[in-house]
Ligand binder design. Structure first.
Ligand code: NAP
Length: 456
């Protein structure tokens, strides 16, 4: 059957939910198709770019340059941004379905996995998500406070998010003040008394999830020395096999070995990379004071080694703990959800229930495959989903009311103030202007009201 969708007379209408990397790569792939496609991209915030704006560390400015690529996509005549719209609250899936032929969910993994240990929710125990969103000026995390009055802070997990969190704690104000870090975070970090930062992994150096470039940065900090116990770098035959088969693991080990060989630390702060330990319990009277750790050993085949507790435990004083053990997606009413993996279950990007594709609903990025990979990983992932969407054209049910103005009217009737792309550009320009006085690339607006004021 030949579809009417995708012609100039009746373009395929796609709503993309989420304006981070995977959403923009999906839009780019749709615009490269032979079919005519109109894309309306939604975001709960007035500002686009998702994790690039609110997840990438402020001192990793180069990574944020990828926004230029997304801006080119946004300039397409068939692209519209509808910011400040919460899908699931302001707009239901049924309402979206009535106005779009297909919906692509690019809403990422917005919350953290839990450790599942006693004391996890004590004050002083924080998630990486909230700390990262807070220092990046995410409006929904503005009210968070982090107790940095104790000298010891711990980061649990050894992925690149843990590395970001640790690095921000390790850096001096001078190292951060010319980045786009939120002003409230810089002020709080200026008062920080943290001088011992421990990044603790449950497995060994051969299994660490961070990447070489990221770990090497700790060797070049202004006032922080990296510390690694050489005994932790002794490899079992199984771990040696893993190192031999992974250039990333080899480079990580090289960087850690260089740290371990350094002379006694002399700088004010120390960054400890520690292995083979799992948090067992967090203790404290009314707030976190003590972290109980258990020593692990590794069991299993090379490439599949798991941490197993040895029963040997000990306690360390600790005033702030950041859990950075992976992100997970959040459920959306009307869409199937896999609670174990924290994703929308899908078959090659087609959202599915019990393995059966639902039709017209797609997923890209972390909500499709889980929280893995760097920003660029999302490009082929989004292209793959879009390819499947376009191959479904003949079976996609055209929507009842193919009209974006009707959606805008619907939102206006619900008193939702939609922020369009041109309006975002005004907010963007105002942020850049605000940053100039401080020598920052931008000073972000950290409340939605401030952003809306600029637009008005
Ligand atoms: P991740 O890379 O999956 O790392 C998660 C870490 O948590 C691993 O060290 C894991 O250890 C540990 N972990 C999981 N469950 C645990 C538990 N119960 N107890 C103790 N440790 C536990 O996740 P992420 O750091 O959140 O990063 C997500 C993705 O974003 C990654 O692909 C990352 O590379 C990417 N990212 C990239 C950059 C960058 O390029 N600069 C920056 C930030 C994030 P096991 O290995 O033992 O499971």
């Amino acid at each position: 059957m030949v579809s009417i969708l995708g012609t100039d007379k009746r373009p395929l209408r796609v709503a993309i939910i989420g304006s981070g990397p995977s959403g923009f790569y999906a839009a780019e792939a749709l615009f490269s198709a032979e079919s005519r496609v109109c894309v309306d991209m939604y975001d709960r915030l007035p500002a686009p770019f998702g994790l690039v704006r609110y997840g990438v560390a402020p001192d990793h400015e180069k990574i944020k340059k990828v926004i230029k690529v997304y801006e080119r996509t946004a300039e397409n005549q068939d692209f519209a941004f509808l910011g400040n719209v919460k899908v699931g609250e302001d707009l239901t899936i049924e309402e979206l379905r009535a106005h779009y032929d297909a919906i692509i969910f690019a809403c990422g993994a917005q919350t953290d996995r839990r450790l599942g240990i006693t004391g996890e929710d004590l004050p002083g125990s924080y998630t990486a998500t909230e700390f990262v969103a807070w220092y990046n000026g995410h409006p929904e995390y503005l009210d968070r406070t982090f107790d940095l009055s104790n000298e010891v802070a711990v980061v649990i997990g050894q992925g690149n998010v843990a590395v970001d969190v640790a690095r921000v704690l390790c850096k001096t104000v001078d190292e951060l003040k010319h980045t786009d870090i939120a002003a409230h975070a810089l002020d709080a970090l200026a008062e920080s008394r943290v001088c011992e930062i421990h990044m603790i992994g449950r497995r060994g150096p051969a299994q660490a999830a961070f990447t070489p470039q990221e770990i090497k940065e700790f060797g070049e900090l202004a006032d922080c020395d990296p510390v690694v116990n050489p005994a932790d770098l002794q490899l079992s035959p199984a771990s040696q096999t893993e190192i031999d088969s992974s250039s990333q693991a080899r480079k990580n080990l090289d960087a850690l070995t260089e740290f371990a060989q350094r002379p006694q630390p002399t700088k004010c702060k120390r960054f400890f990379v520690r292995f083979f330990q799992s948090p067992k319990e967090l203790r404290g009277k009314g707030k976190l004071q003590t972290l109980v750790l258990e020593r692990n050993r590794l069991v299993g085949e090379p490439g599949k080694q798991k941490a197993r507790g040895t029963g040997e435990t000990w306690a360390m004083g600790c005033g702030a703990l950041f859990r950075s053990v992976g992100y997970r997606g959040v459920e959306l009413p009307g869409i199937p959800f896999d609670p174990d993996r924290g994703i929308f279950p899908n078959v090659d990007g087609r959202i599915a229930r019990d393995g059966e594709a639902l039709g017209g609903l797609y997923a890209v990025g972390w909500i499709k495959r889980g929280p893995s990979g760097v920003i660029g990983t999302n490009k082929p992932d989004s292209i793959a989903t879009v390819k499947n969407l376009l191959s479904d054209l003949s079976v996609i049910q055209p929507c009842a009311n193919p009209n974006s103005d009707a959606v805008r009217d619907l939102l206006a009737n619900k008193n939702v103030m939609v922020v369009g792309y041109d309006e975002w550009k005004k907010i963007d320009a105002a942020e850049v202007e605000r940053g100039k006085a401080e020598g920052k690339p931008r000073e972000k607006f950290v409340t939605i009201d401030e952003m809306i004021d600029v637009v008005r």
